[in-house]
Design a protein around this ligand. Structure first.
Ligand code: HEC
Ligand code: HEC
Length: 392
């Protein structure tokens, strides 16, 4: 009997210490300082799903579709309108302007009269989106690759159909969301050039279908890679690729706690965090993010040169402004008055942003730009419409 109680006591004691140790461990992990092992160069090739192998025919077809306004209800906007090579496959607007508009970059504006709302969020870049979900610890699974600021869709294939169905992006009011994909497929079938290009790209099932449309666009997107930044060169072994200041900037980035969320080859954990970034006043209501908890996905920090303005709302114009935002956050100052202190991500406890480190960190972030991506634009698209949409 005595033996039994003893055993039980030891058991409970052990259990309690394991439990408290787990909590302590977790806390330690949050405040522990990171080192360079949290960072990695980009793999040379993007992961490709088994049922959509890359072929040059699919890539060429996907590229035409990406630049062709035939995918939009009013034939006035293409994927490339908001993801233009000139803007690093992103754009320079705070939040996107979709159909019934003209111009590109900061000159883009709605036509009048207009009854189309703004797109809710800042346009992400397509460059390297094929690596979404690739971290230090997760194996690349392109069928599960997380997409959007709120992770609401998985895989480039599935993502590519969403803007076609969205009223404020490409659909407009010509047809309903339910009818959008069939309407677009019918248009493509009736176009002899597209009918023939789909036959060549999909020889085993030579028809225009929604799945083939998605597979072709995703194939083109998998070729849009910028993975030879000076940061990558440094991590692949060229110790002269970064200046002394930039290396100090990298250390300041790690010391400040940035790599708690921005780590791995994409400088993103692809998880959701609430930081209380400011709302965009052009929207009728506050964008509450996932589960109304103001959670948004950690964005990649690659090619930030092209992805300004920053955050889901596009409300921070420069990297200095982003760093000042983090300095406030580290000092418990929340920028968005709708967000309660209890909602802010606990990892923020690990943030320590020293004012004098800000310009060093910005220097480091600039080493993550790669200028050598494919900027080529088709001369014409099979529909005969304006390449890239109404950009003038
Ligand atoms: C009206 C502007 C607009 C058009 C047109 C548009 N997009 Fe986007 N795109 C956006 C915005 C804004 C986001 C971010 C939306 C969000 O996260 O809620 C986005 C996100 C994406 C992403 C996710 C990137 C990531 O890292 O998660 C991909 C991929 C993408 N778009 C591809 C496309 C393709 C393919 C097309 C054409 C079929 C297209 N887009 C048309 C504005 C646009
Ligand atoms: C708790 C996780 C976390 C930490 C720590 C963190 N970030 Fe972020 N970062 C995010 C999330 C989430 C966003 C998007 C927030 C939003 O849009 O509401 C973001 C956005 C950004 C952006 C904007 C990128 C774009 O394309 O819009 C930059 C730049 C950035 N962070 C740099 C940093 C730096 C530098 C540090 C360290 C001082 C840091 N982050 C610390 C999670 C984090």
């Amino acid at each position: 009997m005595l033996k039994y109680t003893l055993k039980l006591g030891v058991g409970i004691g052990l259990w309690i210490s394991v439990w408290s140790c787990g909590k302590e461990e977790q806390k330690k992990k949050i405040v522990e300082q990171d080192d360079i092992s949290k960072l990695a160069a980009l793999p040379l090739e993007a992961p490709v799903p088994a049922d959509n192998p890359l072929t040059k025919e699919k890539i060429a077809l996907g590229k035409l579709l990406f630049f062709d306004p035939i995918l939009s209800g009013n034939k006035d906007i293409a994927c490339a309108t908001c993801h233009h090579p000139e803007f690093g496959f992103a754009e320079s607007l705070e939040i996107s302007i979709g159909t019934n508009a003209h111009g590109m970059g900061s000159n883009r504006a709605f036509n009048m009269p207009n009854d189309i709302p703004f797109v809710k969020r800042n346009s992400q870049t397509i460059l390297n989106a094929a690596f979404n979900g690739v971290t230090l610890t997760t194996n690349a699974n392109p069928t599960q690759a997380p997409m959007f600021w709120d992770l609401r869709v998985r895989s480039l294939e599935k993502q590519s159909l969403e803007p076609i169905k969205a009223l404020e992006e490409m659909r407009g009011r010509r047809y309903s969301a339910e009818a959008a994909l069939d309407s677009v497929v019918n248009r493509l079938r009736k176009n002899p050039t597209y009918a023939s290009l789909f036959r060549t790209a999909f020889p085993n099932d030579p028809t225009v279908t929604v799945d083939h449309l998605a597979q072709a666009i995703a194939s083109y997107e998998r070729t849009l890679i910028g993975g030879n930044s000076r940061f990558d060169q440094y991590l692949r072994g060229d110790r002269n690729a970064l200046s002394i200041n930039e290396i100090e900037g990298m250390q300041a980035f790690l010391k400040s706690g940035c790599a708690k969320c921005h780590h791995g080859p994409m400088l993103s954990d692809f998880q959701l965090h609430a930081l209380g970034a400011p709302d965009n006043e052009k929207l009728p209501e506050s964008d509450k993010g996932v589960d109304n908890q103001y959670k948004f996905r950690t964005p990649s920090l690659r090619n930030l040169r092209y992805t300004a303005p920053y955050m889901h709302s596009g409300k921070l114009k420069t990297l200095e402004q982003v760093l000042e935002f983090y300095e406030d956050l580290a000092g418990d100052k929340i920028r968005n008055s709708q967000v309660k202190p209890s909602q802010i991500d606990p990892i923020v406890e690990a943030l320590k942003v020293d004012f004098k480190d800000i310009s060093l960190i910005v220097e480091f972030l600039n080493t993550l730009n790669d200028e050598q991506f494919d900027r080529s634009i088709p001369e014409k698209v099979p529909s005969g419409l304006a390449v890239g949409g109404n950009l003038r």
